[in-house]
Write a protein of this length. Structure first.
Length: 237
């Protein structure tokens, strides 16, 4: 490898030290390896039984050419096959570079001392969208015209009456992702204007919306049309 992951680790370390975002995209075993330099172990047949039913595990074993049944007696042999194929040749080298980069400014030392404090900034745990959560994210100007106040009430009604799928559409339209971004003080800034179209900026998490809808049904129709007709931006996930 070219050292790219070491540079990524340094960037994450500098971001965390300065109060910026982490990298909440890793699986828990990857975070465990970053903190300890060791792999998590499976201790019983029940856990192995669950793994044996996992489609990703089945595909991984097939790619390794491993035909043994996954159980405690064959665990060691299967681990060797997987380690040679997947861990050593691919993931471990990248994670080792990432650990080296995280040594910058003593971040890795603090991760090792307080792993529970860092887990949320390195591991991915999606937040289930609900109307209450989404409304909490919507931020409006403190000074709104009477028309804008009416539209704000309609917007809150739209969120309250939205299914989980429609809330994900709204989130993706405003941020580029169907899930709430895991950044500090996340907010969707709602700006009202006098024009007749709805638009958004996924880079700045901003929704631009007209302040003069004559009815709730018109606002609902306009938002649904915007969600369905928008193209996929370069920031979309």
């Amino acid at each position: 490898m070219s050292g790219m992951f070491e540079m990524v680790g340094k960037m994450i370390a500098h971001s965390l030290v300065q109060g910026g975002p982490g990298f909440p995209c890793l699986a828990l075993p990857c975070f465990h390896y970053l903190v300890t330099g060791d792999l998590m172990d499976v201790t019983g047949d029940d856990e192995l039984g669950e793994l044996a039913k996992n489609g990703e595990v089945i595909n991984l074993m097939a790619n390794c050419g491993e035909t043994s049944v996954l159980q405690m007696s064959t665990k060691g042999k299967i681990i060797q096959s997987v380690v040679m194929y997947k861990v050593i040749s691919k993931c471990k080298m990248a994670l080792d570079q990432l650990r080296k980069g995280l040594n910058t400014l003593g971040v890795l030392d603090e991760m090792s001392k307080h792993p529970h404090l860092f887990e949320s900034v390195f591991t991915f745990k999606p937040v289930e969208l609900t109307p209450a959560i989404v409304k909490e994210c919507l931020k409006y100007s403190d000074e709104l015209s009477d028309q804008a106040q009416e539209t704000k009430m309609m917007m809150n009604r739209f969120v309250d009456q939205s299914s989980s799928a429609r809330l994900m559409q709204l989130m993706q339209y405003c941020t580029g992702s169907k899930m709430m971004p895991l950044v500090q003080n996340f907010a969707i800034n709602v700006h009202f204007h006098s024009e007749d179209h709805i638009s958004s900026s996924t880079c700045t998490f901003t929704l631009f919306i007209p302040d003069h809808f004559h009815s709730y049904s018109l606002l609902e129709l306009s938002l649904n049309s915007a969600f369905s007709s928008s193209g996929k931006s370069f920031t979309s996930v």
